[in-house]
Design a binder for this molecule. Structure first.
Ligand code: GLU
Length: 510
């Protein structure tokens, strides 16, 4: 069997949409499942859309997701270069080969002439005429000019493009790995430009040439590329490479949460969730668009949730490690209908992943987050215990700040409005007595703390529940967190006493 080689071929034009990451993920999983290679190719032939920094950003996003390519612009490989702008010279010969064999032609039309054509041929049946088999013979190209005239125009460096000559009345069919057989009517496809006036190939020529030269066996991409397939198939055929053509799969769209239309960057802004893998800074607008990473998603959760947006394993199971996905993945189980993006479900995946991973694994990223929030961290064993205590309460990695800061410093804000209705003189007495009793304890361990607390509550005839609530407010400042005796134990005797003392002084004054 042919070696499996898949590719992710993004254009470096901005933030990496989750649909793009999913294409990369499926390509990666498929390649790994078949002991093949996953290749990154940067499709930067459209210089007008090129955005500096976007290529590095793509490489960083893939690295964060754990989808490291086997070959790519940043690591090289047998088929380097992997950046189309650096392969510019290799495309022209194929465009010329196509002109030679009669499957493509030079077109010298100016912008004005193209506009005029669109005006002149406009009719009610055909409101937007294209450059195709119905119009090409009325235009200025090597099909309508004599050889002499063409030579002349080329000799004086007249700008030209090379266009494919789409045949009339042909059915162009192919088998999509997800959609089965797809038939296209060649009459509906225009004579796409293959080589631009600046000598750069268009996407159509470059994608075919590179998939061939890079020996791509399976090409997965978004469903929006389906209309381009007839052009690509003909190019494979006309260049004599038909037997090497990759198997194609056009992945379903990722839809807005309500199912109406493709999920766009703007939907994310509007509905308050990210659509990019990582933060993307747009230099033009000086705006930073939030990414899943910076919002506190785990890469494991991110790829897990993306995998299930379009693929179903056939089991009930929803949580998959990357290794499990490699084993379970198959293109047969990718559905063709669009997949609705559900942010609540995305959060659920992240929460489950945070709960499931050991504290030790979560520690490096949580440590970074805490440090950047200026939390005065203690030693690593302490941090590890704290993460173990609170990680189940974190939906996002960043929740660690709110969920754990009171372990490292006294609460910055205390919710006195919640305390006051429950406060009374007997409670004040209880807590000042508690400080004293804690001083009597030889060792500071959980059982002793809890027993002292509860025995004193019974003696004072006050409900333990109410006191525990107040104790939590004293230690945490608010109504959340793990067991209150766990917290007291962890922060230590003196800190516990000092927080009680602080509240006793403060409560009278607020
Ligand atoms: N460069 C195209 C894109 O940006 C890739 C399409 C393909 O994979 O053929 O989506």
């Amino acid at each position: 069997m042919r070696e499996v080689r898949t590719r992710f071929a993004p254009s470096p034009t901005g933030g990496l949409h989750l649909g793009g990451v999913r294409t990369a993920l499926y390509s990666y999983l498929f390649a790994k499942k078949h002991q093949g290679k996953f290749i990154l190719r940067i499709e930067d032939t459209d210089q007008n859309r090129y955005v500096s920094g976007a290529e590095q950003y793509i490489v960083d996003c893939l690295a964060w997701c754990g989808l490291s390519p086997d070959e790519g612009p940043h690591i090289g490989g047998e088929h380097a270069p992997y950046r189309q702008s650096e392969r510019k010279e290799s495309y022209k010969q194929y465009a010329l080969q196509l002109v030679e064999s009669g499957h493509a032609y030079y077109a010298f039309d100016t912008t004005e002439e193209l506009e005029k054509m669109r005006e002149d041929f406009k009719s009610t049946q055909n409101p937007s005429p294209q450059y195709d088999h119905t119009t090409r013979m009325k235009m200025k190209n090597s099909l309508t000019l004599t050889n002499e005239e063409v030579k002349q125009l080329l000799a004086i460096n007249t700008p030209y493009v090379i266009r494919i000559s789409m045949p009339a009345n042909e059915t162009i069919s192919f088998t999509d790995m997800i959609r089965g057989e797809i038939k296209n009517d060649s009459n509906l496809v225009d004579d796409k430009v293959l080589l631009k006036a600046d000598g750069m190939p268009t996407y159509h020529l470059a994608v075919v040439v590179d998939d061939y030269l890079m020996k791509i066996s399976h090409a997965f991409r978004g469903e929006e590329w389906l209309p381009s397939v007839p052009v690509h198939i003909l190019l494979w055929k006309y260049l004599g490479w038909e037997n090497d053509m990759p198997h194609w799969a056009h992945l379903p769209l990722i839809l807005k949460p309500d199912g109406h239309g493709k999920l766009s960057k703007r939907d994310g802004d509007r509905l308050g969730f990210p659509v990019f893998a990582m933060d993307w800074h747009d230099d033009k607008t000086n705006e930073t668009i939030k990414g899943f990473k910076e919002l506190g998603f785990l890469p494991e959760a991110f790829i897990n949730l993306l995998a299930l947006l379009g693929w179903h394993s056939g089991e009930e199971k929803e949580l998959f490690t990357k290794e499990e996905m490699i084993v379970a993945f198959s293109m047969e189980r990718v559905h063709k209908g669009g997949a609705k993006f559900d942010y609540e479900k995305a959060k659920w995946f992240n929460h489950e992943w945070i709960k499931g991973l050991p504290a030790k694994t979560l520690m490096p990223s949580m440590q970074t987050i805490l440090l950047s929030a200026d939390i005065p961290l203690k030693d690593e064993p302490f941090l590890l215990d704290v993460i173990t205590l609170v990680k189940d309460r974190c939906v996002f990695l960043n929740d660690i700040v709110m969920q754990s800061s009171y372990f490292f410093q006294a609460p910055i804000a205390i919710d006195f409005d919640a305390i006051k209705p429950k406060w009374a003189d007997d409670k004040a007495l209880f807590f000042s007595e508690l400080i004293h009793q804690f001083s009597q304890l030889d060792t500071w361990e959980m059982q002793g703390i809890e027993e002292t607390f509860k025995t004193l509550a019974t003696e004072k005839n006050i409900k333990v529940g109410e006191l525990q609530f107040l104790f939590r407010m004293i230690l945490v400042g608010a109504k959340f967190g793990p067991g209150v005796f766990d917290i007291a134990y962890k922060i230590g005797k003196e800190e516990t006493q000092s927080r009680i003392q602080y509240l006793l002084q403060k409560i009278g004054t607020v």
